[in-house]
Design a protein around this ligand. Structure first.
Ligand SMILES: *[C@@H]1O[C@H](CO)[C@@H](O)[C@H](O)[C@H]1NC(C)=O
Ligand SMILES: [Zn+2]
Length: 505
């Protein structure tokens, strides 16, 4: 008899809960539970450290129907004024979700490199609520309305966070106004181009004449052009040509193949067209954004000068340029290969100085993975290995861990990772914890340390190629909300991929 009772009890509970669900679940919201780890869509988040545009406050944020509908400071808040569920995060930090404006998810066509499902799961686990996918490394590249449509199809029901798309500016479409207009009309948030070979055959490089044409079209849409600013100079190529005589395992040799003068030459050429973006200029409304700056000397000086001359120009750098320096990279460790390369520690210090001083506007991951075979980890050939750092899931703890000694504040993190990226991508409803915005939120604990090793839940497709593996970091993501859906909580993702594709209107 005792046995029987034990068997009945769980069954009865199950029956009762099924009945409860049948009677009390709103049928119109039946799929909601799949999109979120929470069974409700009206709730409050409370914390002593909520990062808002008005500073860090102790408050309660009310979320309803995917948006932030009110923010009540602790002193104004009476218990009975809150209706619905309350999630109390204590003194964990509540920040706007990160917006990564530079990620390569390689889908469709090279999903074995990353792909939307693993990439956006990694993003969610890292507190990233929106990412903007780059137009290259997928196959085909996103340079036309047809290829943008393929992106949208590949993303359908396969993204766990919101995903927008940059289009490609390439020689084939640069002088074709109607082709560029069609791509922008179809929703590309802006365009991206290379001033040096991209490493991908169907994404050729552009020069200043292409860029000038692109800017003129972008101006009418008030959307940005993102530029990979390196121009091949003989100084660097010379080294590459002598490939055979060099030890390709030496990081110092790779470094010599892409000197700072390449970045400087590109930026200097860019500035001849950047003038057009000034108020009253022929491309007023367009904006130039320099991606992944590595050289913190002459290149940065040129950007500062352009800003002071009224050009509409911003610049990003990436966590790997802030975390690592050439001196520490072991010969043969191609996990650290990227372009432009990670330079010496003096340069790293200058990058931090520029970031803290407001001369570098924002951060991005430039998550650029591949399959481990192409990283040539065994051979350690820096000249032949795929260039790209895998980092998507780790950018928040990395920025925080390495930034602490420079005195990085929570407000700065929110500005570099959310507010300014939202502005670049034209997302007025994102990037800040503010009433009316999407409830895109990360809850994280700055003081929890962890080892990034095999025991850590990692969602990028190929953890072994990440330069961060083996690091000890501080700053643990506790929960990530995308438009009010709890999409990630301590090692668990929502069952369904309910992120939205973002198209410019
Ligand atoms: C310009 O692009 C449109 C749309 O993609 C295409 O139909 C047309 O043939 C292109 N024109 C030229 C001159 O390449
Ligand atoms: Zn990139």
């Amino acid at each position: 008899m005792e046995n029987l009772q034990w068997r009945f009890l769980p069954m009865l509970t199950l029956l009762a809960s099924s009945l409860f669900l049948l009677f009390f679940k709103d049928p119109s919201k039946s799929s909601h539970s799949e999109c979120s780890l929470l069974p409700y869509n009206h709730f409050w988040i409370t914390s002593k450290r909520i990062v808002t545009p008005q500073g860090v406050i102790s408050a309660a944020v009310e979320i309803k129907g995917g948006n932030i509908v009110s923010i009540v400071k602790e002193e104004d808040w009476h218990r009975n004024s809150k209706t619905g569920q309350v999630i109390d995060y204590g003194d964990a930090v509540i920040m706007p979700g990160l917006i990564d404006v530079h990620a390569h998810l390689d889908d469709p066509g090279r999903a074995e490199w990353e792909g939307f499902p693993s990439g956006t799961k990694a993003a969610a686990a890292g507190g990233i609520t929106t990412l903007i996918d780059m137009p290259l490394n997928s196959d085909p590249s996103t340079t036309s309305t047809e290829t943008l449509k393929l992106k949208l199809e590949a993303a359908e029901k396969r993204i766990y966070v919101d995903v927008g798309f940059w289009g490609g500016l390439v020689p084939e479409n640069a002088f074709n106004e109607s082709a560029l207009e069609a791509l922008l009309n179809a929703g590309a948030l802006g365009l991206k181009s290379f001033m040096c070979p991209s490493g991908i055959n169907d994404f050729p490089m552009t020069d200043a004449s292409h860029i000038k044409e692109g800017l003129a079209v972008l101006a009418r849409y008030k959307r940005p052009l993102l530029v990979h600013a390196e121009i091949q100079q003989d100084s660097g190529r010379h080294v590459e040509l002598e490939d055979d005589t060099l030890d390709s395992r030496l990081y110092s040799n790779y470094l010599k193949t892409r000197p700072p003068s390449w970045e400087q030459a590109a930026i200097s050429e860019l500035l001849t067209v950047a003038k057009d973006t000034r108020i009253g200029g022929p491309a007023e409304g367009a904006h130039l954004h320099i991606v992944h700056l590595s050289d913190a000397s002459s290149s940065l000086d040129l950007i500062k000068e352009a800003k002071s001359n009224g050009c509409s120009i911003t610049v990003e750098t990436c966590p790997h340029y802030l975390a690592f320096s050439a001196e520490e990279i072991k010969d043969g460790d191609t996990r650290f290969k990227c372009a432009p390369p990670i330079r010496d520690s003096a340069n790293k210090e200058k990058l931090w100085e520029a970031l803290m001083g407001g001369h570098i506007d924002m951060l991005s991951s430039d998550h650029s993975p591949t399959v481990p075979e192409l990283k040539l980890l065994d051979e350690g050939n820096f000249l032949k290995a795929w260039g790209g750092i895998s980092s998507l899931q780790f950018v928040l703890p990395v920025t925080w861990s390495y930034g602490r000694k420079y005195g990085v504040t929570l407000e700065q993190l929110a500005s570099w990772w959310s507010e300014r990226p939202a502005k670049l991508a034209g997302q007025a409803s994102k990037g800040a914890i503010a009433v009316g915005n999407h409830a895109d939120i990360v809850a994280w604990d700055p003081d929890t340390e962890f080892d990034l090793n095999d025991d850590h839940p990692i969602y990028i497709k190929h953890p072994s190629i990440s330069a961060y593996l083996g690091s000890r970091l501080s700053g643990k993501v506790l929960a990530t909300f995308v438009r009010g859906n709890l999409v990630y909580k301590e090692g668990n993702h929502a069952p369904a991929a309910c992120g939205s594709p973002i198209l410019a209107k």
